[in-house]
Design a protein around this ligand. Structure first.
Ligand SMILES: [Zn+2]
Length: 152
């Protein structure tokens, strides 16, 4: 089962979609407008890490074999999953992965995403989501997980 959340957030000034993850104020990465962190985003970093932890226990990897993106939060669940999988596969420092991923963004988006990704990694490491795991469901063997990964 994949986890989905139906939360969206837009800048009050330029209507850009972004996660207001910084407490108490996040600057819009598009126009710089300071926005108060909305109530429902106060735990957003933790929520993204928990979704990733659940998906990894279920599927053996952070990215579910199929995942529909229905909201801004879903988008960032999938985005962080891809980056976490890359991190485990490539065995390089997280700083290298983060800089590669944000390389093509504008400077203010780079700053925004870099901070968000460092927070995600930090919370994820504390939560132990990068430790070796065994897949929970008895029906899902390791072979199946590999086949799914190749099919993407
Ligand atoms: Zn804006």
């Amino acid at each position: 089962m994949t986890l989905h959340y139906y939360q969206d957030y837009q800048c009050v000034k330029c209507e850009t979609y972004y996660l207001p993850f910084q407490s108490p104020v996040t600057l819009c990465p598009e126009c710089g407008e300071p926005n108060l962190q909305a109530e429902e985003f106060r735990e957003i970093i933790k929520l993204l890490v928990e979704a990733n932890a659940t998906h990894r226990t279920t599927y053996g990897q952070f990215s579910p074999p199929a995942y529909g993106v229905f909201s801004l939060v879903d988008h960032y669940i999938y985005y962080s999953a891809t980056i976490f999988d890359m991190y485990l596969e490539r065995q390089v420092p997280k700083a290298q992965i983060i800089e590669e991923v944000i390389a093509n963004e504008t400077p203010s988006w780079q700053e925004h995403l870099r901070e968000m990704l460092y927070q995600l990694f930090e919370v994820g490491e504390r939560r132990g989501i990068f430790s070796p795991i065994s897949v929970q469901e008895g029906t899902e063997t390791e072979k199946t997980v590999e086949d799914n990964a190749e099919g993407q």
